[in-house]
Design a binder for this molecule. Structure first.
Ligand code: NHR
Ligand code: GAR
Length: 237
């Protein structure tokens, strides 16, 4: 056997990750499970929620991850909240910060501080439907397809460069809840995929603010269609 074939793979140091949530945390659960299955070279060092008593905090505790609650209502303004949030995040020294159903708009100063290492998942096919109530708006507009987008966060709300999208058809009889559930199942596939790319050093935001996967420019986001991606697990919402 030659040296190359007998060599062990270089040991991977798991990348420290902090996850910000506001609610159910099913996307967090997808990361916890991916990590537990050995599919994600990450260490979930902390989960931070701006709301107490949410299901996502229970999921984090059950997985033995440190939890913190930072209630935005206890701060006089957005800047004060974000300064405290930044200090808290930095105390865990993450190399990646993941927004997973986090419902507070972040200030430019905080976004700049984590430039290139801050990801969000948004429940629409961006650039369509930035902001809130995306499923209702897509239905009201008579869309035939909808989905979710993982993107790097920039100062422009839901406007940062997109990495990976999942597309789902809008079905006859869909309401916001059935559509949201179908989109969420795809979120649980695409978010761990993007985190895996980032944590294994394959994905970055370059100096021009453009996405590179394996050093190749992504002129537009990659896209998975629901059938190809449909084998995803089912997390209780
Ligand atoms: N911050 C910046 N600067 N850029 C982005 O792209 C961000 C962000 C913060 C959060 C998630 C986003 C989404 O995916 C996100 C992306 C909250 C709101 C919002 O209006 C909008 C978009 C997103 C998150 N929040 C209200 C606010 O005043 C509060 C709503 C509530 O508490 O229910 O912050 O959809
Ligand atoms: C997800 O659909 C996510 O895309 C969306 O909230 C849900 C959170 O679910 N995010 C936003 O709307 C951000 N404004 P989860 O808590 O079960 O992961």
């Amino acid at each position: 056997m030659d040296a190359a074939s007998s060599a062990q793979p270089a040991p991977v140091t798991p990348m420290p990750v902090v996850v910000l949530i506001s609610g159910s945390g099913s996307n967090l659960q997808a990361l916890i499970d991916g990590q537990a299955r050995g599919e994600l070279p990450i260490r979930l060092c902390a989960v931070i929620s701006n709301r107490a008593k949410v299901r996502g905090l229970e999921r984090a505790r059950a997985a033995g991850i440190s939890c913190a609650v930072l209630n935005h209502r206890e701060f006089p303004d957005r800047d004060a909240f974000d300064q405290a949030l930044q200090r808290l995040i930095d105390s865990f020294a993450p190399q990646l910060v993941v927004l997973a159903g986090f419902m507070r708009i972040l200030t430019p100063a905080l976004v700049r501080h984590y430039q290139g290492r801050l990801l969000n998942i948004h429940p629409s096919l961006l650039p369509k439907y930035p902001g809130l109530h995306t499923h209702e708006r897509a239905l009201a507009a008579g869309e035939t397809e909808h989905g979710a987008t993982v993107h790097f966060v920039t100062e422009e709300l839901d406007g940062g460069p997109a990495i990976l999208q999942a597309r789902v058809p809008v079905l006859t009889g869909d309401d916001a809840e059935t559509l949201a559930t179908r989109v969420l199942r795809q979120e649980h596939i695409i978010y761990p995929q993007v985190v895996q790319w980032f944590a294994s050093g394959r994905l970055r935001l370059d100096e021009h603010g453009q996405v590179r996967l394996d050093d190749q420019l992504l002129p537009e986001p990659l896209c998975l269609d629901e059938p190809a991606a449909a084998s995803g697990s089912d997390y209780p919402l």
